[in-house]
Design a protein around this ligand. Sequence first.
Ligand code: ATP
Length: 317
Amino acid sequence: MTSGGDAPGMNAAIRAVVRASLYNDCEAFGIYNGYQGMIEGDIKQLGRFDVSNILQRGGTILKSARSQEFRTPEGRAKAAAQLRERGIDALVVIGGDGSFTGAKYFVQEHDIPVVGVPGTIDNDLYGTDSTIGYDTAVNTAVEAVDKIKDTASAHNRLFFVEVMGRDAGFIALRTAIATGAEAVLVPEIETDLTDLEHFIERDYNPKNSSGIVIVAEGEKSGGAYSIAEKVAQKHPEYDIRVSVLGHIQRGGSPSQFDRVLASQLGAAAVDALMDDQKSIMLGIMNKEIVHVPFNKTIKHTKNLNPGLLPLVRILSV
Ligand code: ATP
């Protein structure tokens, strides 16, 4: 099952789960439309060829949906009954921490083992260096900002580019370093406007240079439009533009990194279930596959790499 926000590489994970199940002489079923589909019995058996030619495709062939009903014990009981009816005795959930929270309750209440595979572009899951979809999303943002830089430079403009990241600045920070941005604003750190203006003044001159500021959508003072307006009020001489990259960051063919990660974690999820494990997320830390209890990944917050934030400023001097 895929659940929560979709991410490029989810299909590669689905393929890996199905193929690794068959390799281990198990049957595999796909649950469509997340937990809501599970409650409604939107479930089909998947064979080897049902997952052919999907490795390189963005989105998820199983679709994804949010489910209010699964948040209730009654909803989860209906979902468990659907699995039992089909003789399904273990579940792999590809999603984020909300999906794993639901899975944790499901295991406690119905004793059907569940393991999680981290699939979210935001990379905000504790216990894994990278989530499936993050690398592709950053690549998409970098490609877009490179193009924006061309036009910014032609007109000596200052661009505020908003990237995805409601609760976390991973995409913003990595994109900022990879594109040589002047500054980056992330939800984890309160924006200091005076400080930002100082760096813009240092690096941007409306007569002969351009500038890029990367803003995560969850930036606390209101996102790219709001920040741009505040800067424009103080500096009417600046030629300011805003670009919100939006959903293009969710789509597209997964990078080789996400394809390999999804293949490894999908197969490892089946191994874990064969090994009688439950209530864990599979992750990757220092290139090793790790098992992280749901409780840990749900409770803890993954911090931004502290060394990367100052690097944006050092390198834009
Ligand atoms: P993303 O990080 O991409 O948003 P996510 O897995 O965190 O992914 P959510 O929308 O938070 O996405 O959760 C997906 C689904 O998991 C919800 O629609 C709901 O059905 C279930 N879920 C989330 N939180 C809970 C909870 N506290 N109890 C039971 N089920 C939950």
